[in-house]
Design a protein around this ligand. Sequence first.
Ligand SMILES: NC(=O)c1ccc[n+]([C@@H]2O[C@H](COP(=O)([O-])OP(=O)(O)OC[C@H]3O[C@@H](n4cnc5c(N)ncnc54)[C@H](OP(=O)(O)O)[C@@H]3O)[C@@H](O)[C@H]2O)c1
Length: 244
Amino acid sequence: MEDMHVLVGGFMSVDGKIAPVNRKGREFSQYMQPIHEQMLHEIRAGVDAIIIGVNTVIADNPTLTVRKAEGKNPLRVIIDSQARTPLNSKILNQKTDNASTLIALAKDAPKNKVAALKNKNVDLIYASSSLASKRVDLAELLFALSKRGVKRVLVEGGGEVRWSFFEQNLVDELFVWVMPTIWGGRDAPTLVEGSGFLKAENAVNLEFKSINQVENMLILWFNINKKTRSPPTTPTTANSAQHF
Ligand SMILES: NC(=O)c1ccc[n+]([C@@H]2O[C@H](COP(=O)([O-])OP(=O)(O)OC[C@H]3O[C@@H](n4cnc5c(N)ncnc54)[C@H](OP(=O)(O)O)[C@@H]3O)[C@@H](O)[C@H]2O)c1
């Protein structure tokens, strides 16, 4: 997708964890000072859509709006193959910020759950290549978003969703905020999860762009040259996302 800029971002402990072992990522927000919140919200205001995985909605119940900076609210996109987004989540219920929400589903999502989400007045699309496919197809999703005029997306997490974007060679830019702390926990989620690469030629090589210390946070930015990489899987042709 040539005309879509995909920015991936996240914050982690020095040992690479993005949440404690109980996966309650909000515990990490204590390291965020007002300046960091403002910076994050400025980044949000600079994109057309923010994408997160359904597990992040379940674990953190975020609002994903722009509150600490000037600017518009981007479209909030939840990747949720099986329509597991909790009906009481803030994203579905806090309408005050004038932010709209889109949920991307797989075609085999349970019909009763899809109907319940529909009642929440959110946009729903099927973004999977076939009835048999159990997961949202990211290329389909990006194609559907580009049809809505989206040109810049921010993938805020979590680790599984970041992995899928990297694995499928869809990422243009990455920022990582490193908090001066160690949390450990072999089952604690890390910045990028998934099944991992086995060969150097498949790994994602980053081009160093900048490094800054802002208060207690180390802020790293990287570019990704997609053309120099050979991903292990070929993304599907994106043309069949269906809107309700
Ligand atoms: N510090 C940070 O920057 C940060 C940011 C965000 C989240 N977090 C933390 O990260 C954790 C959640 O991350 P997570 O890795 O468990 O889950 P996640 O990435 O938030 O969501 C993963 C889920 O998305 C769904 N999905 C649908 N299509 C997918 C696709 N193509 N690729 C990948 N996922 C797809 C899958 O569920 P279905 O199969 O049911 O669709 C999958 O299990 C929480 O602990 C949260 O606190 C931290």
